[in-house]
Design a protein around this ligand. Structure first.
Ligand SMILES: NC(=O)c1ccc[n+]([C@@H]2O[C@H](COP(=O)([O-])OP(=O)(O)OC[C@H]3O[C@@H](n4cnc5c(N)ncnc54)[C@H](OP(=O)(O)O)[C@@H]3O)[C@@H](O)[C@H]2O)c1
Length: 309
């Protein structure tokens, strides 16, 4: 099978050098076929765990459920310990180990202690899912500096911090996977959510680079780039649900469960980028390729966070 070259390296196909094998069929020595050989996640084991941040709601909770369906034990991280405990109880009924580590990921000291807390539980972190995230809303000129800094701390700094802390062990063991949740906003500037668009562009670029660095280590990195999903995200950002639904057509919306399944499958297959849903893949491609002098004013004229201010 020929490896396909998708410019967005999305679900449709990708070229991931560490998983390519060169094959020269003996019958036709001049024919060079490049085969894509998918790499799978480490096998689940009772002393192994998948760390899932932002597991107290939305996409993170569904990613935890998806990993458990595949037999992985999970360690759930977020601030709301009660929500994490409820989910852990549900997941344990599937016969896997589910642990709760409440932490505010904007707190650098708490982040720094996370790996040792996992180790103290007798667990080896084979999978890291950096899903916790939030957005601010409205023009930068009317923003709260503290809220902007908090968003960047959780959406960007925590992602880089946890990758730096968890990846060395994975590489040493020769197995592991990192799933970083970005957004289709990563493919374009986003006036009205300027900081959020920048954060997610960081996550996408960073994760692609990680994938390049991890070639041949047995560890893979995937950026999951969802379009709109009905979770607590919009409300937390301050979106009016009707405004959000009016600005983003129904065919773009995916369920949190579908997004989670897409992300975990992509991670399991060693894909560098996953965009859930064909419509979102088309929109991301369009946004990526459209001259920004045309795209940015168009987006600014339609964004609910700018129309209200
Ligand atoms: N929903 C969408 O339309 C959409 C689209 C594209 C990408 N995404 C991305 O998907 C990811 C998950 O979002 P979601 O839609 O599932 O939203 P959500 O339901 O609001 O979940 C956000 C999660 O992040 C956690 N979180 C926020 N601040 C935190 C902090 N300081 N420390 C620890 N955890 C924190 C929250 O937990 P606690 O409040 O309990 O701490 C919650 O579990 C985010 O990275 C988001 O940017 C969402």
């Amino acid at each position: 099978m020929w490896a396909s070259l998708d410019p967005l390296h999305g679900q449709g196909g990708n070229l991931h050098a560490d998983r390519l094998r060169l094959r020269l069929p003996s019958v036709e020595p001049t024919f060079l076929a490049i085969t894509y050989a998918p790499m799978t996640l480490p096998s689940p084991a009772p002393d192994r765990t998948a760390i899932v941040t932002g597991a107290s709601s939305g996409i993170g909770a569904e990613i935890a459920r998806e990993l458990v369906r595949r037999g992985h034990g999970v360690t759930l991280v977020a601030r709301r310990a009660d929500k994490l405990s409820d989910l852990a109880d549900e997941l344990r009924s599937a016969g896997v180990r589910a642990e709760v580590l409440a932490a505010d990921l904007s707190d650098r000291a708490l982040r720094a202690g996370l790996l040792s807390r996992v180790t103290e539980l007798g667990l080896v972190p084979d999978i890291l899912v950096n899903n916790a995230g939030l957005s601010t809303l409205g023009p930068v000129a009317a923003s709260d500096p503290e809220a902007e800094m908090n968003m960047i701390e959780v959406d960007v700094v925590a992602v880089a911090d946890l990758c730096s802390r968890f990846l060395p062990g994975m590489v040493q063991r020769g197995r592991g996977g990192v799933l970083n949740v970005a957004s289709t906003a990563a493919f374009q500037p986003l006036p009205g959510q300027a900081g959020y668009g920048g954060c997610k562009a960081f996550v996408l670029s960073y994760t692609r680079s990680l994938g390049g660095e991890l070639r041949g280590t047995g560890v893979s990195a995937t950026a999951l780039c969802p379009g709109p999903v009905d979770t607590g995200f919009g409300e937390a950002a301050g979106f009016d649900k009707e405004d959000a639904e009016a600005a983003l057509p129904a065919f773009l919306w995916e369920t949190a469960a579908a997004v989670a399944a897409c992300g975990v499958t992509a991670l399991d297959n060693g894909k560098p980028v996953a965009i859930p849903g064909p419509a979102n893949r088309a929109v991301a491609m369009f946004a990526h390729l459209t001259p920004k002098a045309i795209l940015v004013p168009l987006l600014a004229s339609r964004h609910p966070g700018l129309r209200k201010n």
